[in-house]
Design a protein around this ligand. Structure first.
Ligand SMILES: *Cc1c(COP(=O)(O)O)cnc(C)c1O
Length: 452
C-alpha cells in the first residue's frame, strides 16, 4: 500500500465528501487489482443506470454507434502521431496508416460540411475555441460574445480561454424575448468598440442568428466572425440549421459529441485560404500534440454515418424538440420561444421559476430517471447563477433510440406529473424505465439504419 497523508481539510473545489468516499473505497481494497475493479464497477453502474434505465435529455449528450465505440478502443489509439498529415510533417516514423486515417477524416469532414478546410485534432471543442483565439486575435483585442443568461458559454467569456488569454470581452446585445442577437443594438455598439472577433457561441440555442448582418457590420474594420457551433454542428451538417460559413462566418468550431453524435472532441471548419496557415499552426504546435488517433478514426466513421443518416436524424431531432416543447407548454410549463414555434434546434427551454427553479426540478426529475440540466434564462440575475430559473432539455439521445413525436408527448406527461403536479418521482420512475426499455435499439448508423 502506498502511503497517503490523510488531509481532509485541504482547500478543495471538488466535493470533499465524494473524494472521501473514494478514499474509503480504496482503503477497503485489499490490493491494486481490487482498486482497478472498483473503477470498472463504477463505470458499469453508470452504463446500467444512465445507459439503460434513464431517459437522457441532456442537450450536449449523444450516444455513439457500436462501431464508433469500438474504434475508440482500437490499437491505433496507442500510437503517437503529433504534427500535420504527411511523412515529412511528422516527428515520428511509422505513421503511414495513421496518415491514411487522418486524411480520410479530414476529407470526410470537408465533404459533409461542404467547406474547404477542416481540422480534426482537438480533444474538445473548448480547445477549438482556444485555437481560434490564438489564430485570429491577440492579447488585448476586443472580442464580443454572448453572456451566459442569453445562452453564451464560458469558453468565449472572461472565465474561459478568451479571458484567460487576455482578450477583452464585450457583450453582444441580445433580444431576451426573441432569443436572437439584437441586430439594431449591435449596429450601434460594435462600431464603438470595433471588435477584432465576434464570437457567436450559444449553449442555449433555439433559433438561427443574424450572421450575415453581423458580418456586414464588422467587415467595415476587418473584424472576423467566429461561429461557435458546439451545439448546432450536427444540425448544420444535416442541413437543419443555418450554415454559418455560407452566411459569412469566417470560421466555425463545433463539438463532435453533441448534435453531431460522434466521439466527444472538437472540429474546426473554414473556407478562407488566407487564414489556413494561422489556424492549422495554432492547432499544432500550440493546442494539440498527441491527438488520440483512435478518436480521429471514430470521428471519421461518425462522419460517414452522418453522410448516410445525418439529414434524417437531425430532422427528427428538431421535430422531437418542437413536439416536446409544445407538449410541455400545453400542460402548463412555460416554454421559451413560444411565439416562434418554441425551437428550431435540438433544445427546449422551460421557465421553471414558478416550480422551485431549475436545480430543484432537475434533482426531482433525476430521482425519476429523467436527466436534464438546470439552465440560466434571460430573466436570471447574477445572484441566481447557482439556482437558475430554467431547465434545458435536448432530444438527441431519445431520437437516436428511435423515439418520435408520440413519445415526446409521453415524456412531457412524465415530466409534468413531477414538476407541475408534485407527484413523487419514485412513483413515476417505473414508467420512465419502461418507456426507455421499449426503445432498446440505437438507429441512424450502419448497423441498424433508420427507425421504422
Ligand atoms: C459545449 C460547448 C463548448 C465546449 O465544448 P466541449 O466539446 O465540451 O469542449 C463550447 N462552446 C459552446 C457554446 C458550448 O455549448
Amino acid at each position: 500500500m502506498t502511503g497517503r497523508p490523510d488531509l481532509p481539510n485541504l482547500p478543495e473545489i471538488h466535493d470533499r465528501e465524494v473524494l472521501a468516499r473514494a478514499r474509503a473505497v480504496l482503503d477497503a481494497c485489499g490490493d491494486a487489482r481490487a482498486m482497478g475493479e472498483a473503477v470498472k464497477d463504477a463505470v458499469a453502474r453508470n452504463a446500467r443506470w444512465r445507459g439503460e434505465l434513464c431517459i437522457n435529455l441532456l442537450a450536449p449528450e449523444a450516444p455513439t454507434s457500436p462501431a464508433v465505440r469500438a474504434l475508440l478502443g482500437a490499437e491505433i489509439g496507442t500510437r503517437a502521431a503529433e504534427g500535420h498529415i504527411g511523412p515529412v510533417n511528422r516527428w515520428f516514423a511509422g505513421t503511414r496508416h495513421i496518415d491514411e486515417v487522418e486524411a480520410l477524416c479530414v476529407e470526410l469532414l470537408k465533404q459533409y460540411f461542404r467547406c474547404n478546410y477542416a481540422d480534426h485534432r482537438m480533444c474538445a471543442s473548448m480547445i477549438g475555441n482556444a485555437v481560434v483565439y490564438t489564430a485570429l486575435s491577440a492579447p488585448g483585442d476586443i472580442v464580443m460574445s454572448a453572456a451566459q443568461p442569453v445562452g453564451g458559454h464560458s469558453s468565449n467569456r472572461r472565465d474561459g480561454p478568451a479571458g484567460a488569454m487576455g482578450r477583452k470581452i464585450v457583450d453582444i446585445p441580445f433580444d431576451p424575448e426573441a432569443l436572437v442577437v439584437d441586430i439594431d443594438a449591435f449596429r450601434k455598439l460594435a462600431p464603438l468598440v470595433r471588435p477584432k472577433l465576434v464570437a457567436l457561441g450559444l449553449s442555449m440555442t433555439l433559433f438561427p442568428q443574424p450572421v450575415a448582418a453581423m458580418k456586414a457590420v464588422i467587415a467595415e474594420w476587418g473584424g472576423r466572425l467566429f461561429f461557435d457551433a458546439a451545439h448546432q454542428l450536427g444540425l448544420i451538417g444535416g442541413r437543419q440549421f443555418q450554415d454559418p460559413l455560407k452566411e459569412g462566418a469566417d470560421i466555425v468550431t463545433g463539438s463532435a459529441g453533441k448534435t453531431f453524435a460522434g466521439p466527444q472532441s472538437g472540429i474546426i471548419l473554414w473556407d478562407d485560404p488566407a487564414i489556413a496557415e494561422a489556424v492549422t499552426s495554432a492547432v499544432f504546435p500550440v493546442w494539440a500534440a498527441t491527438h488520440q488517433v483512435n478518436r480521429v478514426a471514430a470521428l471519421a466513421l461518425a462522419t460517414a454515418e452522418a453522410i448516410a443518416y445525418g439529414e434524417a436524424f437531425m430532422a427528427q431531432i428538431v421535430a422531437n424538440a418542437r413536439a416536446l416543447a409544445a407538449a410541455l407548454d400545453a400542460r402548463g410549463i412555460p416554454m421559451l420561444g413560444r411565439a416562434k414555434g418554441f425551437t428550431a434546434t435540438h433544445q427546449a427551454i422551460a421557465d421553471v421559476r414558478g416550480y422551485g427553479r431549475g436545480l430543484a426540478c432537475a434533482q426531482a426529475l433525476e430521482r425519476a430517471n429523467i436527466i436534464v440540466n438546470k439552465n440560466l434564462i434571460p430573466a436570471d440575475r447574477p445572484e441566481d447563477w447557482d439556482y437558475p430559473g430554467g431547465l434545458r432539455l435536448g432530444t438527441i439521445e431519445v431520437t437516436r433510440y428511435g423515439m418520435k413525436e408520440h413519445e415526446m408527448e409521453a415524456i412531457a406527461e412524465l415530466i409534468a406529473r413531477i414538476v407541475l403536479r408534485g407527484e413523487a418521482p419514485e412513483r413515476v420512475r417505473p414508467e420512465v424505465v419502461a418507456l426507455r426499455a421499449a426503445f432498446p435499439t440505437l438507429y441512424y448508423c450502419f448497423e441498424t439504419g433508420l427507425p421504422r
